[in-house]
Design a protein around this ligand. Structure first.
Ligand SMILES: Cc1cc2nc3c(=O)[nH]c(=O)nc-3n(C[C@H](O)[C@H](O)[C@H](O)COP(=O)(O)OP(=O)(O)OC[C@H]3O[C@@H](n4cnc5c(N)ncnc54)[C@H](O)[C@@H]3O)c2cc1C
Length: 338
């Protein structure tokens, strides 16, 4: 069967236009074309990639997406990360250089080659692709499972490498479609498609400030990748601080096995459910992870750079607390896992 021709997407009031294959996502095709369309989660949750559809028709892939209101839809607003063109289109959006991908984003096939359990419900999945795996520590990719016709964003847990390996630490979400499929159905040797790298919460190594990584639950992968980042010969931050919170002791990984030797990292963990802590004889902190920062960081909070990952409510509490402590927004980078 002949392949359908790509559609042309013009960005109103700019000189930009790009091609988007039928079935492809308007946001990610634009990012791949080097156009800085604002975005964050790629999952329909944050609303950062809201655009105006000026002309043309699209298919909305997530009609109940929480990132957009019904009255915005009535004003021809759509989420670029959740729509695919049905005709040539003209869209109106802000375009800004900070959203241009620092490493070109690609879509490629990858084979499931290995896995290991990290906690009671987090497993690392490793996929191998042809060609080197190019990304910046802290970034994520969209995993597309052809047999499920679904895709989800997952952050890379490993380092960029020539062998073409892409590692992801994925939490099994109760009743979650994709995470349970990965845990229970995907077999070694099966193929998926990876689209990436994506995301702006990547390590900026050129700083003299210590970096502080904070994660809860499924936010483990990007902070492990960041603290393990090697900057051979490059100036980089001194100590890395890693704060990680779970509900109970079974959620806390063995960090000694995740952090590469020689990485100057201080790890502090906490659990938030007192009954789970008591039941397992936990001797560490029982509190929310954001409460660990002031207790353990020796200098004022405003003197560090921050990388945060995890559930949106955790990120919102952390950002509010940091800003209240005079940390500038430019020193805080985060991915909210919608
Ligand atoms: C930028 C980014 C990076 C991420 N990185 C990671 C990572 O590194 N590791 C990781 O584990 N996760 C990560 N995530 C989260 C991940 O993308 C998925 O959201 C997560 O794995 C859940 O997907 P799922 O298909 O298993 O669950 P889903 O099927 O999407 O369900 C999610 C939840 O919603 C509930 N639900 C589903 N459908 C309904 C319904 N109709 N009504 C009511 N409730 C419903 C389910 O019970 C479940 O609790 C990231 C997300 C983002 C945005």
């Amino acid at each position: 069967m002949p392949r359908a021709a790509p559609y042309q997407i013009r960005v109103a009031d700019t000189e930009y236009s790009y091609f988007c294959e039928p079935g492809e996502n308007i946001l990610r095709a634009g990012l791949r074309a080097g156009i800085g369309i604002p975005y964050e989660c790629n999952a329909g949750g944050c609303g950062s990639c809201k655009i105006e559809l000026v002309t043309g028709e699209i298919e909305d892939l997530m009609p109940a997406a929480p990132g957009i209101r019904a009255r915005e839809r009535k004003r021809n607003r759509v989420l670029a990360c959740q729509c695919t063109p049905l005709t040539n289109c003209e869209i109106r959006t802000r375009v800004a250089p900070e959203f241009i991908a620092p490493v070109p984003s690609l879509r490629f096939e990858a084979r499931f080659v290995a896995s290991r359990d990290i906690t009671a419900d987090i497993r690392e999945f490793v996929f191998a692709a042809v060609g080197p795996s190019c990304f910046l520590p802290g970034q994520y990719a969209v995993l597309n499972l052809p047999s499920l016709h679904r895709s989800r964003a997952y952050s890379m847990s490993n380092q960029p490498n020539k062998a073409g390996e892409w590692g992801f630490m994925i939490r099994r979400v109760p009743d979650g479609l994709v995470s349970n499929y990965l845990f229970d159905v995907l077999k070694i040797g099966d193929s998926i498609y990876i689209e990436g790298p994506l995301g702006l919460a990547y390590l900026r190594p050129h700083t003299s400030r210590d970096i502080v990584c904070v994660a809860g639950g499924s936010g483990l992968a990007p902070v492990v990748s960041i603290v393990n980042a090697q900057q051979s010969g490059e100036p980089g931050p001194g100590t890395r601080w890693l704060f990680y919170g779970g509900r109970g002791p079974a959620d806390i990984p063995e960090f000694g096995q995740l952090i590469l030797t020689g990485t100057p990292t201080r790890v502090h963990t906490s659990v938030s459910v007192a009954a789970l802590a008591a039941g397992a004889g936990w001797r560490g902190d029982v509190c929310f992870v954001h409460e660990l920062l002031e207790r353990n960081l020796p200098a004022p909070l405003a003197t560090y750079d921050y990388y945060l990952a995890g559930p949106p409510p955790m990120i919102e509490v952390l950002v509010r607390m940091l800003v209240a402590q005079k940390v500038s927004l430019g020193s805080i980078r985060y991915d909210r896992f919608f």
